[in-house]
Write a protein that binds this ligand. Structure first.
Ligand SMILES: *Cc1c(COP(=O)(O)O)cnc(C)c1O
Length: 382
């Protein structure tokens, strides 16, 4: 055959994929667990194959363990954490609903943006980046704004601060309001008790605490949240993330097609969760805390300090390190990457140029990584 009209301009020749062996100690992605990598390479089956349905069931049940919830509506959204984040608001916000967002960093700002796009009457509580909310501040916010939903970020990855959760769920019930919680950086690294805390809506991601690549993101709704979803007067304004449609694929009965599940990402998530189950939450949370403490001690010995001064309010999996006066944060991060193959991140927004963000998450939360990073940092800082 002869096709005279083929345009050859974009027919480039490229080399075989050859990525540098980075140690990913930024805010995510963290390095994939070797067992997860193997699982991804497993051959596909169809998305309605009984064998795949077994994979789905395993994921849902292990997610309930990881999150400490009995919510039957627990599933992974196809997409990164932001897709699950958007799914929470897309499904629960109806135009005109008051949504109160606690903004103590970038991801709170993003919740504000997303809620507004779904027609919410968005109100905010605000804190400087690095602080957290007190129970009294949250109570005052609920009394003043009478929201349908209170949205909080548990582990604010942009600041390193961990929001204490005790008592907030009870306040939300007193004020007849749903509690929505971002657990993207806390799930699998830091104690999370969704049911114990009275959380109604939560989401997370695969590439931070669960040692998977980005692409499949945990999502859960309590019975109270499901009542709100089922009582909607308007359709969910986002077809792809509409849980009333997606539930027919995940609910264990109908199994009807909505979109093709990313099969190999689900293999990855299943393996990542199996690793969580094998280790056990207790051991896993303790390990993250111990390695964070090792890192914090090492920083102090070098004369460096943490942006979040109170240790109990730091995210164990993500530390914000203050950049010393006269040091260019970008140059240091660039040298760590180019000379040591270590990725850490800088700050942004209110913390631009002021902090480095260091993640010691799941597979990377190991003492030898702490030692390596501290030594490299000491060399680069001279
Ligand atoms: C990373 C992150 C997200 C977004 O997840 P993506 O996987 O990047 O889409 C949301 N919230 C928090 C707190 C995060 O750290």
């Amino acid at each position: 055959m002869n096709y005279p009209n083929i345009n050859e301009t974009h027919r480039i020749e490229t080399g075989q994929l050859d990525m540098p062996p980075r140690l990913l100690l930024g805010p995510g992605p963290s390095n994939t667990h070797p067992r997860v990598q193997q699982a991804i390479a497993t051959h596909e089956v169809g998305h309605l194959d009984p064998a795949f349905i077994g994979v789905m069931n395993d994921i849902q049940e292990m997610l309930r363990y990881a999150w400490q919830t009995d919510n039957s509506f627990t599933l992974p959204v196809s997409g990164t954490g932001s897709a699950a984040m958007e799914a929470t608001l897309a499904n629960l916000v109806e135009p005109g609903d008051v949504v109160l967002v606690g903004v103590m960093g970038y991801f709170g700002e993003r919740l504000v943006d997303m809620a507004g796009r779904y027609g919410a009457d968005v109100q905010t509580l605000e804190k400087p980046w690095g602080d957290v909310f007190t129970l009294a501040e949250i109570r005052a916010g609920l009394e003043r704004h009478k929201p349908a939903i209170l949205a909080l970020v548990h582990a604010e990855t942009s600041t390193g601060a961990l929001q204490p959760m005790e008592g907030i769920g009870e306040l939300c019930r007193e004020h007849n309001c749903l509690l929505l919680l971002d657990t993207v950086t806390s799930l699998g690294t830091t104690p999370v008790f969704l049911d114990g805390w009275g959380v109604d809506v939560a989401y997370s991601c695969s590439q931070k605490g669960l040692s998977c690549p980005p692409g499949a993101s945990p999502f859960t709704l309590s019975e109270r949240a499901l009542d709100k979803l089922h009582g909607r007067k308007t359709k969910v304004a986002n077809w792809y993330l509409d849980m009333s449609l997606l539930s027919k694929y995940w609910d264990g009965q109908t199994r009807s097609y909505h979109h093709t599940a990313p099969i190999n990402m689900m293999y990855a998530l299943r393996e990542g969760l199996r690793v969580v189950v094998e280790e056990g939450l207790d051991a896993r949370w303790s390990r993250h805390q111990a390695n964070a403490q090792l890192f914090w001690n090492g920083l102090a010995e070098m004369g460096l300090s943490c942006h979040v001064t109170e240790p109990s309010l730091r995210i164990p999996a993500l530390t914000t390190v203050r950049v010393p006066d006269g040091v260019d944060a970008k140059i240091v991060a660039g040298r760590l990457l180019n000379e040591y193959n270590i990725e850490i991140a800088g700050g942004f927004g209110q913390l631009a140029g002021q902090v480095w963000r260091v993640g010691l998450m799941r597979f990377n939360s190991r003492p030898e990584n702490v030692t390596l990073l501290l030594a490299a940092l000491a060399e680069v800082l001279g």
